[in-house]
Design a protein around this ligand. Structure first.
Ligand SMILES: Cc1cc2nc3c(=O)[nH]c(=O)nc-3n(C[C@H](O)[C@H](O)[C@H](O)COP(=O)(O)OP(=O)(O)OC[C@H]3O[C@@H](n4cnc5c(N)ncnc54)[C@H](O)[C@@H]3O)c2cc1C
Length: 636
């Protein structure tokens, strides 16, 4: 039975109560505890810096050559907080409600409320660090709107919010590195978690430059290793983002929460060639001012400028007058797919819709639009060769964010005691659909505020035997890691890791992407094991394992994607309802909206690994909605 450890009492008081009841570690004793933090993106860097500042011995690992290269740097649009600086009706309760509703009632209420509360502290923390948030003329912090809400609560730093926040976290981290409380291990990839006496007590890593396999012991392990959208091969994520850390922890006993909950982002630059290896996001913030439309006529061949107003369909404004272009991502994505499927898509393959700034430029002036979104327009021009100030952007949905991840309780601890999970790596507070600008909020809430409170409680209340890397569990786990690498190198087949990932991505995109059906998922479930089988017989890795070898790195990661993809399809198959980003074609309202089935699916799915070739076991965390009553979402 899963115990989410949700504190009792009114939701508004739960976090304070929990913090008060948790045990503390005396400042003089903190340096005696060692903590491994894997990941130095926003969640990991924030956690490592804060725990270092508290006085623990922190070891922070990243496969990047510097924390500044973590995928978090790509975040563009902004970070939410219920500051209500605009006096437009925002509050903690409203952010809480918007997030529960935005996630289509598949997130844990207690966590979401805490997130909304902590959002206030995050902005203060970041401002104190010197993060250059956009300001209004008078000096006050500026905000803008994101999808699924009717207030302006998104703080931003041009289209580079993630970068600026990461620089803030990085500088806090480096301060602790200089103070000797955090040791950075860069270019070190976690390949397994070591369990001693049922608790996470360390990790096994591979040095990406020398290929050396090392063991590291600690009292507690934190994974903040990001999301897994690259299972689709083509996604907006950094090319290196992968699932290895959480998947290997899953194989060691950590339950995997809602693996099929993935988010397809509506505003990406459409695919231009079969050979493309990456998709680029155009931030959702653009939907503040850009208007989405397609021609009314199917098979339209005229250029956008030649299509008169009365022959354009501003379909989001038409179908959702209350929210218009700022409907949540799942709704915007599905609608874009629908109009393209009807034959009204634009661009070379008909897989695109317009995002048009002509009105905004006329209303606000070119300079204002450039000031707000200039770098996004530059990115767009560099990729498409088109000037979006004069012709509308073309956008199409693409895999972006994974709401699934390792299941964690209210303390952010996985089902392996001593293994905590933060940021996009956990199954998160976003339910079946994440609202824009909420990932940065969650990553920083976890890293700066939640983990630094819950992890000491674990340390203070657990009797931990001294363990070092000479323990048999380390030797055995290291041998398994080495065995897997040797097996990959030994295949000596014909296909590159990339070619397997590309084929896998297409299967997952086609059958477990924007729309899922019983037949499609069964088809994918028949194909994935065959592809995995081929992978282990026909993989080709050039080079050796004792040197910098990116083909080997990729192969290792693809071997995990090949297992995770199957679990995603199994999860999607069992959830016969539609909810948020999980759209089962068999479960829709007469208007084509996602139709939930609360009677049967009001739970988080938490899957248990049962061994290679064995069916995973499903555990359910029932969800109760005492504060935001269950209702059918409507953005009309
Ligand atoms: C293009 C784009 C734009 C976005 N814009 C926004 C936005 O405007 N607002 C918003 O809220 N969200 C946005 N997001 C989402 C947000 O950026 C991410 O969800 C968030 O940054 C994730 O942070 P993280 O710390 O959890 O993970 P990451 O930033 O992905 O960091 C993962 C870290 O883990 C390390 N790591 C991973 N695996 C291993 C391993 N096996 N061994 C060692 N180290 C490992 C990596 O080196 C890295 O340091 C955007 C995402 C994208 C792709």
């Amino acid at each position: 039975m899963l115990d989410a450890r949700i504190p009792s009492g009114p939701i508004e008081e739960q976090w304070d109560k929990c913090r008060f009841e948790m045990k503390l570690v005396n400042p003089a004793n903190r340096r005696k505890h060692s903590i491994i933090v894997v990941g130095a993106g926003l969640a990991g860097a924030a956690a490592a810096a804060t725990l270092g500042q508290q006085g623990y011995q922190v070891h922070c690992f990243s496969y990047h050559d510097t924390p500044r290269r973590a995928h978090s740097i790509a975040a563009q649009g902004g970070i939410n907080a219920a500051k209500n600086y605009r006096n437009d009706g925002d509050s903690i309760s409203r952010l809480f409600k918007d997030t529960v509703k935005g996630g289509d009632f598949r997130a844990r209420e207690a966590n979401v409320y805490r997130l909304a509360q902590i959002s206030l502290n995050i902005i203060d923390q970041c401002v104190a660090q010197g993060v250059p948030f956009a300001r209004e003329y008078g000096g006050l912090l500026d905000t803008r709107s994101f999808g699924g809400v009717q207030v302006q609560r998104t703080f931003y730093a041009r289209g580079q919010t993630g970068q600026q926040l990461l620089l803030g976290a990085y500088q806090a981290l480096e301060e602790q590195v200089a103070a000797g409380r955090v040791t950075m291990h860069i270019r070190s990839e976690l390949l397994d978690v070591v369990i001693v006496g049922g608790r996470a007590r360390g990790i096994v890593t591979r040095d990406l430059v020398t290929g050396q396999i090392d063991c590291h012991a600690a009292d507690v392990v934190v994974l903040a290793t990001g999301g897994y959208s690259n299972v689709f091969y083509l996604s907006t994520n950094a090319k290196a983002s992968n699932c290895t850390a959480i998947w290997r922890a899953h194989r060691r006993g950590a339950l995997f929460g809602n693996p099929c909950f993935t988010q397809i982002h509506p505003t990406c630059i459409p695919l231009s060639s079969e050979h493309q290896s990456k998709l680029t996001l155009m931030s959702e913030s653009l939907r503040n001012d850009g208007r989405v439309w397609v021609p009314k006529k199917k098979g339209e061949t005229r250029a956008a400028k030649d299509i008169p107003e009365n022959e354009r369909d501003y379909y989001l404004e038409r179908r959702y007058p209350s929210f218009g272009n700022l409907v949540p991502r799942d709704v915007a994505s599905r609608n874009a797919k629908d109009v393209c499927d009807e034959g009204r898509g634009v661009g070379p393959h008909g897989q695109g819709v317009y995002l048009d700034f002509a009105d905004a430029i006329q209303r606000l002036g070119l300079d204002t639009v450039r000031e707000k979104y200039g770098n996004l327009f530059d990115i767009y021009e560099r990729i498409t060769g088109e000037d979006a100030y004069t012709v509308p952007m073309r956008i199409y949905p693409a895999p972006h964010y994974t709401m699934g991840g390792l299941w964690v309780d209210y303390h952010l601890m996985s089902t392996i005691p001593g293994l905590f999970v933060g940021g996009a790596a956990n199954f998160s507070d976003h339910g079946a659909n994440r609202l824009g600008a909420s990932a940065l909020m969650q990553g920083l809430a976890d890293g700066y505020f939640v983990l630094p409170a819950t992890l000491p409680d674990y340390l203070a209340s657990t009797a931990l035997d001294p363990v070092d890397v000479s323990h048999a569990a380390f030797t055995a786990t290291k041998a398994e890691v080495k065995g897997r690498i040797d097996a990959l190198v030994a295949v000596k087949g014909k296909r590159s890791p990339d070619s397997f990932q590309r084929e896998l991505g297409k299967i997952v995109w086609d059958d477990c992407g924007m729309a899922r059906s019983d037949a499609g998922l069964r088809k994918a479930l028949a194909r994935i094991p065959k592809l995995r089988e081929e992978f282990w017989h026909n993989l080709r890795i050039v080079g050796a394992d004792d040197e910098l070898n990116q083909a080997l790195e990729k192969a290792n990661r693809v071997s995990d994607f090949l297992e995770l993809a199957e679990l995603m399809c199994i999860d999607a198959l069992q959830r016969t309802e539609s909810c948020g980003g999980h759209f089962r074609v068999e479960s829709q309202t007469p208007e084509g909206e996602a139709k939930r089935d609360d009677a049967n699916f009001c739970y988080s799915a938490a899957w248990e690994w049962k061994g290679s070739g064995q069916a995973p076991a499903l555990h359910k965390e029932p969800l109760t909605f005492a504060n935001v009553p269950l209702s059918q979402r409507s953005y009309k």
